[in-house]
Design a protein around this ligand. Sequence first.
Ligand SMILES: Cc1cc2nc3c(=O)[nH]c(=O)nc-3n(C[C@H](O)[C@H](O)[C@H](O)COP(=O)(O)OP(=O)(O)OC[C@H]3O[C@@H](n4cnc5c(N)ncnc54)[C@H](O)[C@@H]3O)c2cc1C
Length: 398
Amino acid sequence: MSQQNFDYDVSIIGGGPGGSTAGYLLSKLGLNVQIIDKDIFPRQKLCGGIITFKTLDLLNRLYKETTDTLLDKNIINYHTNRFEINYKVKRIMSINISKFPFYLVDRRVYDNFLLNKAKEASVDVIEGDEVIKVNLETCEINLSKGDKFKTKLIIGADGANSIVKQEFIRNGIIRKDKWNYNLATGLECFIDRNNLEKGLFKYPIISFGFLRYGYNWLFPNKNQVIVGVGGLNRKNKGLFKRTLNRFITALKINPDVVSRVSGHPIPYGNFHITPIYKNNIILIGDAAGIADPFWGEGIYYTQKTAEYASLAILKNLKNLKNSTILYLRLLSKYIYSELRYAMKLRWFIFNPINSFFSYYPTHLMLKLMRNKLIEITHGIRSYRWGMKKFFKLGTYLQ
Ligand SMILES: Cc1cc2nc3c(=O)[nH]c(=O)nc-3n(C[C@H](O)[C@H](O)[C@H](O)COP(=O)(O)OP(=O)(O)OC[C@H]3O[C@@H](n4cnc5c(N)ncnc54)[C@H](O)[C@@H]3O)c2cc1C
């Protein structure tokens, strides 16, 4: 393979946070890297835009960006240390001063910022051209405008509807029914702050109980408010739009000021059944099915899997094929193990919601966890730590 001519060492399909992070790191390591994205940046990506402490830590380690520099550059668009958790319209928890503030980004700005970092690190970026074919055997890529590239290694960072993943399905590497089993849907709409009374919706509101294995959210931004719903498809057939409308009504928002509703799939627990590589092709982030199966958080996981993929490549520069195996080992040890605990927490929180007693067990569980829920899911503590401590209830009664 080393005697062949290659256009690039690594071609990355998708310039979202995962693709940009991998491109930035690999180019810094001295590899010849390209990123191809079908959209022209800045582009919109449906998302609540919450970034957690673990993401901020990653941005600090990899890019030397601190919360303060991100605020100065307006990459973090909004932050608050208040939040509210409801069961439908009943308030369960209202935290005025959370030790762990919520930070929000506009994905147009955040993704563009990361892609620019990759460009500054000398990655060749093609925007506005879609990858229409990927050859899993020869590592060749065909683009919609006629270009073709041959590369030593491909990273599929092309999101939940990944063409690379679809190629894996066509070749029988991933089973479609298994992939779909833990797939969720997210719907969102926006309200311009000019159409809201001043002082309204200044902090995140989470509502459980409107749907099963999922939740509704209201996330504030500087200029707008994002209202959404996300949940497991197989538990909520036909419920999403109706549930979103019920949530909007519960919040007493005038439906006339709400934007059109858009939807997008979210990997919601399908990480462990999804093979994430074949030959010299690696999947990261949403394309690999890796997002938090409790909150649906994916920005951190796509950037973290990009970091692991880059590390695995760095350790195997002479034989890139071996990097795929190391990548899987890193994921199994540090990501899958953690996400399995997140699956358990999901069962504990969402199962009582669906039971006969609905409100009360959920209320009790969340009251017991109080700030710990945010501490665990923001990444100050791990899910594993949280689940172990959960049974020592004293920890939660502080
Ligand atoms: C409604 C909703 C709300 C969410 N809220 C949050 C949140 O608050 N916090 C959080 O952490 N996560 C959230 N997520 C999840 C998060 O958006 C994803 O996990 C994250 O965007 C995954 O990043 P990625 O880089 O893997 O893929 P993406 O961000 O999807 O990027 C993929 C890129 O690939 C490009 N692409 C796709 N196909 C091709 C092709 N054939 N050729 C070339 N380019 C291609 C796309 O244009 C895109 O730019 C939310 C998701 C949804 C749906």
